[in-house]
Design a protein around this ligand. Structure first.
Ligand code: SF4
Length: 927
């Protein structure tokens, strides 16, 4: 045995990370053995965190003696996270070694939801699923196969699988998450998300909630702090004193839903004081179209445009915004001046929060982006770019053609402009007889718990007429998996391949998730054919699952499916997961083959070594990118719109006599005026506007005990429902009291720790309160990350995180959930399970929320009008009651607010708007 030589960094060398040249043979002392000096020898293998969509890099420390992963730390070679992680990254080790984890495929052995399970084989699972899907394809039932994803954790793989099958079956969670903001951004710039350059900003405005505690969390947080250290000022609009707001220079605690009024008041200040960036707006805003459509009486000049919008927005005075929001007018003006002073280095972001809480919330993102446009901060250093500039998604080999069918269960005609599938309405659509699902995959998705109105979900999940077969693909037990036919264990961050990229900065990169133990075995010369051979138990990785399933659906290739799952290197042979990524790295990632060659590596070996690759260092001003000569050959320019067209497609726009790329909107400009809104029956919202929320002040009568409930915020140490298998995270965070302002507590006669009953439109929940000045008076708030339950003593949920509960149907459509026991120590292979000291599992609230689909964006509007009162004598902590009959009524009421398709040309939806897995253009036409 060689003597242990601790790493001695050279002077000035970064000491926080092991140098990459020693990753195959790293030694360090075992901290658990302290004070003894016990050396451990490791292989360090990079992978990507799977605990939120930020896709930070991790380094797995694989013990060379035991071939087990001992810990995870940050990957310094990852351009987005740069070696840093939040608490959830290192907690991946808990998920790997969780004694409660699912290790083998299970099949129900009693009625659905009865909790009776038996172990089955993967062969049986694959044959059953393949047989059903094959039958559906042969019978042309291509809208009856549905893949419903919660946490995607990959870019593009599943799109290819579903399009290879020719089904319109992609469903997502996005309409309970972020589609409100996505519509607002899409209308301006085509791309549906912003990419703020926080590190170089001079002023940062965030509408917080999930923003710097969830999605984009660590990569953004570190760059916000960089910006702050370089002198940037930070403003946060959030009713609640969030972690982000607590670090800001300005906290604007707005009445929920009034945020757009504040933002338009800021815009008005900038307009009236003429602090806007005239040159940028004149070049890049579609002001001519606005004047032609809404002011035909005036000459089409930029001065007339400015005059028209100054008049239009003059009513949004700071005093008006103060009346709506409760935020002091002088503070609004001060922040507006801060934004104007930043020039083109103003960065902004909204994620969930107001855009996801309110009817009309999508206008919040649109009004926020208006400030970026006014200041010319789009695409600039320190500004905000379209996310598509910074997120890099490489193309795989042979892309299937778009599907030829359209699923009305996913994209109903009432919501032609919804940004994603109307996923949370699925139970109601099924109850209303709009269709059925033959084979339903939930994939890292827990709608019974995560969605509003979960009781309606459990009703339809138990109905085999409505859902023929339900397979839950999940790394852990969930409340939804309990109502499945198959529970299929899938790998976590260290047990699967995926490609991921996110818009974390003004540059682009790609990250490679890897099955760590498989890679470790291959490094020591032990070939692995399938990832499950190296994973614990019989945990599969999904890539291989879908390849194998697709082969079994089409074993002889006659359905045209199999061709997409054949090797690009070995004609006719089954695609291996190595080959899938090998091809992409060799052909679709610019610069990677060259970088790999300089190290004498193949592109795949390079990615296995580093786990990430920087594709572009800086991505500023891409809208100004000139079209090159080959693009312009055979192109023509429209004299009125200046659009550059070729082969029936728009490829750019002429600006100041130069043909450039522009944005991905129909006009290729930033669309202040949306012809789409005008044409699709919403002319009153053709420009950025303030829409009064369903929880506007006028709707709330405090004298009746009415409040607005904010249920959208996240605890930074938890994940929606996948933190349940991370003991460290639950030790840190395991309670979610109701935030109540001292004035309201006094009015209600409540103190910290009092038991309160919170009544919604369809039921109630019982929770303890926390009296705090960190919330605006008149508003209450509760984090949605807690309140997990299991219905059996020792299965159906991780015991680190779930309360044992009793779920009863107490009347037709009436459900009562009662906690029988909180969290308690339990015996397992992990000695820590015997030391569990926390008892609280938190309280579930989402069951008591009816669906509130925004009539335009389709986003579920999470905020609730509630009544808060002292709990009754027979109420118990954690009680939930809900009536799904009332839930169905509320669904019908909100449905009435819509203005259905068709739009122009008999279309179901504008062709230019984004849609996951866009079908063939012919499928867009309503018959
Ligand atoms: S921010 Fe997200 S991806 Fe990064 S370490 Fe935390 S949970 Fe993992």
């Amino acid at each position: 045995m060689t003597a242990f030589v601790p790493f001695t960094p050279a002077a000035g060398q970064l000491t926080n990370f092991p140098p990459v040249e020693r990753w195959d043979d790293w030694s360090e002392y075992d901290p658990a053995a302290w004070p003894k000096k016990v050396a451990r020898k490791y292989m360090l293998i990079p992978t990507i965190c799977f605990n939120c969509e930020a896709a930070c890099g991790l380094l797995a420390y694989v013990d060379k003696d035991t071939q087990q992963i001992r810990k995870f730390e940050g990957n310094p070679a990852h351009p987005g996270s740069r070696g840093r992680n939040c608490a959830k990254g290192p907690a991946t080790i808990n998920q790997v070694h969780d004694p409660e984890r699912l290790l083998y495929p299970l099949k129900r052995s009693g009625p659905r939801g009865s909790g009776k399970w038996e172990r089955t084989t993967w062969d049986e699972v694959l044959d059953t699923l393949a047989g059903r899907i094959r039958r559906a394809l042969l019978e042309d039932r291509r809208t009856e196969i549905m893949y419903h994803v919660g946490r995607p954790g990959q870019d593009g793989y599943m799109d290819r699988v579903l399009q290879a099958w020719g089904v319109d079956g992609h469903n997502s969670h996005t309409n309970v998450c972020s589609s409100g903001a996505r519509l607002g951004y899409t209308l301006w710039q085509g791309a549906d998300r912003p990419s703020p350059d926080h590190a170089n900003a001079r002023f940062i405005l965030m509408l917080s909630a999930h923003l710097e505690t969830g999605h984009y969390f660590n990569p953004h947080a570190q760059r916000i702090i960089e910006g702050k250290m370089a002198g940037a000022k930070i403003a946060v609009i959030d009713t609640r004193l969030s972690n982000t707001a607590a670090r800001a220079d300005y906290w604007l605690s707005a009445w929920p839903g009034s945020e757009a009024a504040i933002l338009l008041a800021m815009a008005n200040v900038i307009l009236q004081e003429e602090r806007y960036n005239r040159a940028f707006m004149e070049r890049w805003v579609n002001w001519e179209t606005y004047l032609r459509c809404q002011h035909p009486e005036v000459e089409v000049t930029f001065d007339n445009f400015l005059q028209a919008i100054k008049v239009h927005y003059a009513t949004y005075t700071p005093a008006f915004a103060e009346r709506e929001s409760g935020v002091n007018a002088s503070l609004i003006v001060e922040v507006a001046h801060g934004i104007a002073n930043a020039g083109s280095a103003f960065a902004s972001h909204v994620w969930r929060n107001a855009a996801s809480g309110n009817e009309g919330g999508w206008q919040v993102a649109r009004c926020l982006e208006f400030l970026s446009v006014l200041t010319g901060s789009i695409g600039t250093r320190g500004g905000t770019s379209p996310n598509s500039w910074d997120k890099f998604a490489p193309a795989p080999f042979i892309k299937p053609a778009p599907q030829k069918v359209w699923s009305e269960l996913l994209w109903p005609r009432e919501y032609p402009l919804c940004h994603h599938e109307m996923s949370f309405l699925l139970p109601h659509f099924l109850k209303a007889g709009r269709g059925r699902v033959d084979t339903y995959f939930t994939r890292v998705y827990n709608p019974v718990w995560t969605n509003p109105d979960g009781a309606s979900w459990l009703e339809v999940l138990q109905d085999e007429e409505k859902i023929g077969l339900h397979a839950a693909l999940t790394p852990i037990w969930s409340e939804t998996a309990w109502f499945a036919d198959y529970v299929l264990p899938m790998g976590n961050a260290a047990e699967r391949h995926d490609l991921m990229s996110q818009e974390t900065q003004a540059g682009s990169w790609i990250g490679f998730r890897q099955p760590v133990l498989r890679v470790a075995r291959e490094k020591i010369g032990q070939p692995v054919r399938w990832t499950y051979e190296a994973n614990p138990g019989e945990v599969w990785e999904e890539d291989e699952f879908w390849i194998e399933l697709s082969w079994r659906i089409d074993p002889d290739g006659n359905l045209g499916v199999r061709q997409y799952f054949e090797s690009p290197y070995r004609p006719g042979a089954k695609l291996s997961v190595d080959e899938y990524y090998q091809w992409i790295f060799e052909h679709s990632v610019p610069g990677l083959p060259e970088a790999a060659a300089t190290e004498g590596l193949t592109p795949l070996a390079y990615m296995r070594k580093y786990g990430a690759f920087e594709v572009t260092r800086e991505t500023y001003n891409l809208h100004e990118k000139p079209l090159h000569a080959a693009q312009l050959e055979g192109a023509s320019i429209d004299p009125l719109t200046h659009l550059v067209g070729k082969d029936g497609q728009v490829i750019g726009v002429e600006i100041d006599g130069k043909a450039v790329t522009g944005f991905t909107t129909p006009s290729r400009k930033l669309e202040f005026f949306s012809q789409t809104m005008q044409d699709w029956h919403w002319p009153e919202y053709a420009i950025p506007t303030y829409i009064k929320s369903h929880v506007h002040r006028e709707q709330i009568d405090h004298s009746k005990g009415e409040y607005v409930l904010l249920p959208t915020f996240r605890l930074p140490t938890l994940i929606h429902t996948r933190a349940g298998n991370a003991k460290w995270l639950y030790e840190i965070s395991h309670t979610n009291p109701l935030w109540v302002h001292p004035r309201d507590a006094e009015r209600l006669g409540l103190r910290t720790g009092s038991l309160a009953k919170v009544q919604t439109e369809i039921g109630y929940f019982v929770i303890r309160i926390w009296v705090t000045e960190a919330i605006r008076p008149g508003i209450v708030a509760c984090s949605h990350h807690l309140g997990r339950w299991r219905l059996a003593k020792d299965s159906g949920g991780d015991r680190w995180s779930t309360a044992l509960a009793d779920l009863q149907q107490v009347g037709q459509g009436q459900w009562r959930l009662r906690q029988l026991q909180g969290i308690a120590p339990f015996a397992s292979a992990d000695p820590d399970s015997d030391r569990v000291w926390w008892k609280d599992a938190g309280v579930h609230q989402n069951l008591t929320f009816p669906v509130h689909p925004d009539p335009i964006s389709g986003m579920h509007c999470w905020h609730q009008k509630v009544r808060v009162a002292l709990a009754d004598a027979d109420d118990r902590y954690g009680d939930v009651f809900v009536d799904t009959n009332k839930a169905f009524q509320v669904y019908q009421e909100w449905l009435q607010k819509t203005r259905p398709a068709p739009g122009p040309d008999g279309l179901r939806r504008p062709l230019w708007m984004l849609r996951p897995l866009k079908p063939d253009a012919a499928a867009y036409r309503l018959a």
